[in-house]
Design a protein around this ligand. Structure first.
Ligand SMILES: [Zn+2]
Length: 436
């Protein structure tokens, strides 16, 4: 048993000042108190404010290796998502298993440093440089699991079914390391990955397909039959680009989200990344479906994707999480700041992060990403800290110039809009500060 003391920790709806957290040997919370423990045990005093760690709900670890490289604009008037994708494929074609482990370890440590406690790894780089399955099928997946374990971050690994090069189009050479030629080949790979998950203490499994453009749509019923009743969260990209919407209209005679909502039993276990180009009708229906939308504002901004229809989505009760996708940006506060500022700039109105019951932007955003972010990993708890759950927290430095002169009620909004990672004392996972 041990105790940590904070100037304050934030619960879901309020701050708790002078907080003592009692933890068991595994870092599970056994008590939260404001009075000093009477037992003669070691108390660690931390001059900070504790926030729950966040889930990074969408990551492609290997893309961290291309950070900055796609900013040389040699494509006159045509440097867009699709030309960026060619640069990304070049990175994907060249990376070895050892390099994957190395870059993922660096990335995951960086995620921990800025307050992520768990990552959802949307993993499709399955095969060797010739596009052949590794003799040891889960080679690349295991590298990611090892990286997460070594860094100290929790991971939901989502092995992705990737089959096509576009609607009705064969895969290209640049995509060869991603491809499972049919659903049963993918299932063999998935089962091999499922087998190794229990070897890693802080790892769980999800499932997904890359996008509607990367899987023959007639396979969706088989996918749902296989995974619909399983506990795994289901992930996919959707409606990120206008060309993707146009191609979908031609191939399926419906827009991507419209088609998915009409052809799959969408629920809170479904996690749709991007959803940039939606009609108001699709946005309303998607919100009512209870699916989580995963927004990746720094990547979406970097790629010139567009701006999500957040206000309409929230009006109908939609839930959103955040991810760092290509990792051009990495800080969760920055992701949410970008999301809000995109809305403010577009609508000339400052009230993006607010509801009837929650008027404070910082708390509104944190409540949203805690609830939806955990759901993207298959967890349904939305309390920030709970007895019986691991103690995972980002600690803000109470001596920071902004925080030391401020009322506690503004701290979450300062974190969101006004601070950078210099204001972080560190991240605690399972009751211990992680070394990054
Ligand atoms: Zn992505």
């Amino acid at each position: 048993m041990k105790y940590l003391h904070f100037k304050a920790i934030t619960l879901k709806d309020n701050w708790l000042e002078n907080a003592y957290i009692e933890l068991d040997k595994d870092g599970i919370i056994t008590q939260i108190n404001t009075s000093k423990p009477t037992k003669n045990e070691q108390i660690e005093y931390i001059n900070g404010y504790a926030l729950p760690t966040l889930v990074n709900s969408h990551s492609h670890a290997f893309q961290y290796a291309m950070n900055g490289k796609a900013e040389v604009h040699t494509h006159h008037n045509a440097d867009d998502f699709w030309s960026w994708r060619e640069a990304m494929y070049a990175t994907a074609l060249s990376i070895s298993p050892e390099e994957m482990q190395k870059v993922a370890t660096l990335l995951y440590k960086e995620m921990l440093r800025v307050g992520y406690g768990e990552v959802v790894e949307f993993h499709y780089l399955h095969h060797d440089k010739n596009g052949k399955p590794y003799q040891y099928l889960p080679e690349m997946s295991e590298r990611l699991l090892i990286a997460a374990q070594n860094a100290g971050i929790k991971i939901t690994l989502v092995p992705i079914f990737y089959q096509k090069g576009g609607f009705g189009k064969p895969a290209t050479d640049g995509q060869k390391r991603f491809i499972s030629k049919d659903f049963s080949t993918y299932l063999t790979l998935f089962e091999s990955i499922k087998k190794i998950i229990p070897n890693y203490k802080n790892a769980t499994l999800g499932v997904g397909f890359h996008s509607l453009r990367a899987m023959e749509p007639h396979l969706l019923p088989a996918f749902i039959d296989t995974f619909g009743s399983e506990k795994y969260p289901i992930h996919l990209h959707i409606a990120e680009q206008l060309l993707e919407v146009k191609d979908c209209l031609e191939y399926l005679h419906a827009r991507p989200v419209e088609w998915l909502l009409n052809n799959a039993p969408i629920s809170e276990k479904w996690n749709l990344t991007h959803c940039t180009h939606l009609t108001d009708f699709e946005t309303e229906k998607l919100a009512k479906s209870k699916a989580n939308v995963i927004l990746c504002p720094s990547t979406e901004g970097n790629l010139g994707d567009g701006i999500f229809n957040l206000k309409t989505f929230q009006k109908y009760g939609g839930k959103w999480a955040i991810g760092t996708d290509s990792h051009i940006g990495i800080n969760p506060a920055e992701e949410m700041r970008w999301l809000d500022y995109g809305q403010r700039l577009r609508t000339h109105n400052r009230q993006s992060f607010t509801s009837e019951t929650q008027k404070e932007s910082g708390r509104f955003a944190l409540q949203n990403v805690i609830k939806a972010g955990r759901q993207t990993t298959g967890k349904m708890n939305e309390e920030f800290f709970e007895i019986g759950k691991p103690f995972d927290t980002l600690v803000l430095d109470a001596s920071h110039p902004v925080l030391s002169n401020q009322s506690l009620q503004y701290t979450l909004s300062s974190w969101l809009y006004g601070l950078d990672s210099k204001a972080y004392l560190g991240t605690i996972i399972n009751g211990n500060f992680v070394k990054v």
